[in-house]
Design a protein around this ligand. Structure first.
Ligand SMILES: Cc1ncc(C[n+]2csc(CCOP(=O)(O)OP(=O)(O)O)c2C)c(N)n1
Ligand SMILES: [Mg+2]
Length: 368
């Protein structure tokens, strides 16, 4: 375990040559665009919540490098078991904007059929497993899936995320211990954004760092500057490659900052200093990466204005389509739980179908 913090991009945008992962120009631009559009999506969604359009939202402001950089290290056939602050993975993987926005509205196009809160995406199309509300449970789900892949003998890698608060959960222990004992191909990313709602990291653990916890499980633990996308990518690529070759799991701690409130139901101004925010603002991951690109002559204001305009329009179109879609049909609540529904469920569904009123109008086939 190293508690040194790996950084590659300096404040002025320079990168040490021997550490730069040397991504292609096209890849660097794609990644930057993903970071910017992720932030745009976050901002638009919170506004929608404030306007009463959607019920809840949870931003990843300031954590774009941490989750997009780690996800970039994965192959398309690999799987994510996310927490709730990694929306950029969906954009990086080219998820359909309609799938994302329909989930906010919980309408009949929502892949979860309106059964989850907004932000709890479940996208089979990009190997993005349903987000768990109970803190940390995704860690043991990922460890189990990784164990299964190993038993089956395929070379899929699993990446799962939690926050600093998530390291205090029971599943953090179960997930890491299981993955370590069975040497499963799983990368655990702890996004240490300094806060768990209103609890600061100093009250979360007495450990020297989150990465230090890896020592107890007998696996490598690495601490990386989570606002430096190249550093995050480099560390995670090593971890993913090791996992794929049978070298077992890694714990990666990305040191970052939650620039927004915890969620649309929270107001960070009630418990944290403006000064702290200002200090971290200077280390904004997007500004830093933009400076790096500008030094390489890969960034221009015109390019950014153009893709921003396009994304704004695409997102607005998806919102316009989503807001007019109907709710999922009431009878869909009987779907998906059992492969062969029980006699009681069939009877209850029949009873519902017999009801008068709008709920009964738009009911699909029962998957028998
Ligand atoms: C088991 C459990 N306990 C408590 C909560 C309420 N809760 C939701 S988010 C959160 C804080 C999580 O903080 P952290 O893991 O640092 O993630 P962050 O929100 O900072 O990304 C808590 C306590 C929950 N969802 N599940
Ligand atoms: Mg946190």
């Amino acid at each position: 375990m190293t508690s040194k913090l790996l950084t590659i991009i300096e404040k002025d945008g320079k990168a040490a040559k021997d550490k730069d992962p040397n991504l292609s120009d096209a890849e660097l631009k794609r990644v930057y665009k993903t970071m910017v559009t992720t932030r745009m999506m976050d901002e638009r969604a919170l506004n929608l919540q404030r306007q009463g359009g959607i019920g809840f939202y949870l931003q990843a402001l300031g954590q774009e490098a941490s989750h997009i950089g780690s996800a970039l290290a994965m192959e398309d056939s690999d799987w994510f078991f996310p927490a709730y602050r990694q929306p950029g993975i969906m954009l990086l993987r080219g998820a359909d904007l309609d799938d994302i926005v329909n989930e906010w509205y919980g309408n009949d196009g929502d892949t979860s059929k309106g059964r989850q809160m907004p932000v709890h995406y479940s996208l089979r199309s990009i190997n993005f497993v349903s987000i768990s509300s109970p803190i940390g449970t995704q860690l043991s789900h990922a460890a189990g899936a990784a164990m299964a892949a190993k038993i089956r003998g395929d070379d899929t890698v699993f990446m799962t995320y939690c926050g600093d608060g998530g390291t205090s959960s029971n599943d953090f222990h179960s997930g890491l211990n299981f993955a370590a004992v069975y040497q499963s191909p799983c990368v655990f990313v702890v996004e240490n954004n300094q806060w768990a709602i209103s609890v600061p990291t100093s009250q979360q653990t007495a450990s020297e760092s989150m990465a230090a916890k890896a020592t107890a499980y007998g696996i490598p633990g690495v601490r990386v500057d989570g606002n430096d996308i190249l550093a995050v990518y480099r560390v995670c690529k090593e971890a993913v490659d090791r996992a794929r070759k049978g070298g077992g799991p890694t714990l990666v701690e990305t040191v970052t900052y939650r620039m927004g409130s915890h969620s649309s139901s929270d107001d960070a101004a009630r418990y944290r200093d403006e000064e702290e925010y200002e200090r971290w603002k200077e280390r904004d991951p997007i500004d830093r990466f933009q400076k790096y690109l500008a030094k390489k002559k890969l960034w221009s204001q015109d390019w950014e204005d153009e893709f921003r305009e396009q994304f704004k329009q695409d997102l607005q179109d998806a919102i316009d389509r989503a807001r007019v879609r109907p709710k999922p049909a009431a009878a869909t609540l009987f779907d998906d739980v059992y492969m062969n529904p029980t006699k009681q469920l069939i009877e209850q569904r029949e009873e519902l179908l017999g009801l008068e009123g709008p709920e009964a109008d738009d009911i699909g086939e029962f998957p028998l």
